[in-house]
Design a binder for this molecule. Structure first.
Ligand code: 57M
Length: 359
């Protein structure tokens, strides 16, 4: 919005010329989201407590989690509001890709909110049925897949990191691929969100890497030089990613151990869906498996655990899945597990950036 209000005045007020730069507006989006989260966080936590919107903790989890019963949850409502406000303030509103991403964030957030509210009302950790959640996620992701395929200038080509000359054309199957990426990413962040700060940290790192890639993908000269797909208008998604970085850093201020608030499914499904949406829209889908490697490892640990449990009639590979619970069972302190997962996430983010030159 600021771009439309102030940039046209740069003739008479020279400093307003800065609003033409995506870099400036991305930093603006990140700082605004961070400050909004810091400002509104304490108020929102008080509101959640006043309305008794507290976490229901399963009794079959790690014993240490029983003490977390009643921690205010659904902090994702504030995360979504802050990302949306900051994006609308700093991004160009005539860019359909921005609105598409805001749709994904909000739609997946609504799915999570239904799940959270059902859990809180039933005082049970069973919320929305898995089938119902999956159906709604597939519908939301299909909208993105269809938009991308039908949007002028897009195609079904799949770009693969490290391999610049191989770009398989998935054609209409790209919609199925897009659904797998977005739904997979949404559920992966959801599974990861099981320790204080464990989901927000890697989300900050993943969104930071995609901020860079969105800027490059939307820059015709740089995209050509780096031999990555050029996506007209993708640069504006840097502002959305900046807002995600700022909002999640601000959320971490309160969600760091010992957490004063959890994001809830409303937050984890929204953030995961948005990361998957960015990956699809800027045509950097496989990259998500690299920079979002922590999320991938968490999902794989569950698949291996459940699969082996069934095949071996009750044996386990890990002491408990997802992966982070395994280390809890080994006696690692929660903050140590979280910071070590952040460290791995940062390394994976650096590797993802390195793929720009290793091709
Ligand atoms: C999402 N939700 C947390 C919080 C957060 C198939 C199976 C692997 C599914 C999985 C599952 O239930 N996943 C649901 C994880 C929950 O966090 C809430 O959920 C939101 C995110 N979706 O925002 O509102 C608990 O996580 C803890 N937490 C924190 N700090 C945070 O900042 O400490 C969350 C955020 C919260 C809190 O205790 O209550 C969760 O873990 O449920 N199931 C599991 O993850 C369970 N694993 C399991 O059953 N493993 C089995 C088989 C099935 C793989 C095995 O290994 O044999 C574990 N989780 C729990 N209890 N709570 C173990 C059982």
């Amino acid at each position: 919005m600021l771009y439309h209000l102030l940039y046209p005045l740069h003739g008479s007020v020279g400093v307003f010329n800065v609003f033409r730069y995506i870099t400036v507006r991305s930093v603006g989006g990140a700082v605004t989201a961070f400050l909004l989260m810091l400002l509104l966080g304490p108020w929102f936590i008080r509101k959640l407590k006043a309305h008794q919107i507290g976490q229901v903790v399963r009794d079959d989890g790690p014993e240490t989690h029983l003490a977390k019963k009643g921690v205010p949850t659904m902090g994702g409502v504030l995360i979504i509001a802050v990302i949306s406000c900051s994006t609308l303030l700093w991004a160009r509103l005539d860019n359909p890709l921005v609105w598409l991403l805001l749709f994904v964030l909000t739609f997946f957030g609504c799915i999570g909110a239904i799940d959270d509210i059902k859990k809180i009302k039933k005082k049970s950790s069973d919320g929305l049925s898995a089938r119902g959640k999956l159906f709604l996620q597939i519908f939301g992701a299909s909208v993105v897949g269809l938009f991308v395929l039908l949007h002028p200038g897009y195609d079904g080509l799949l770009s693969i990191p490290f391999l610049k000359d191989i770009q398989p054309d998935l054609s209409w199957f790209y919609i199925i691929f897009a659904v797998l990426v977005i739904v997979g990413s949404s559920n992966a962040v959801n599974l990861t969100d099981g320790l204080d700060g464990l989901a927000a940290g890697p989300t900050v790192i993943t969104a930071s890497v995609y901020l860079i890639f969105a800027y490059l993908a939307g820059h015709a000269v740089l995209a050509d030089y780096l031999q990555i797909p050029f996506v007209l208008g993708a640069g504006e998604l840097s502002i959305f990613c900046g807002a995600m970085v700022g909002a999640c850093l601000g959320f971490l201020w309160f969600n760091a151990y010992p957490a004063q608030i959890f994001m809830g499914d409303v937050g984890s499904l929204a953030l995961g869906g948005a990361l998957g949406g960015v990956a699809i829209i800027i045509k950097q889908e496989i990259l998500l498996a690299i920079v979002g490697g922590i999320f991938v490892m968490e999902v794989i640990s569950v698949i291996l655990q459940v699969g082996y449990f069934k095949l071996s009639h009750g044996k386990r590979i890990f002491l408990m899945a997802p992966f982070h619970h395994h280390f809890e069972k080994k006696g690692w302190a929660e903050p140590k597990i979280v910071v070590r997962f952040w460290i791995v996430s940062i390394i994976l983010g650096l590797v993802a950036i390195a793929t720009l030159k290793l091709r």
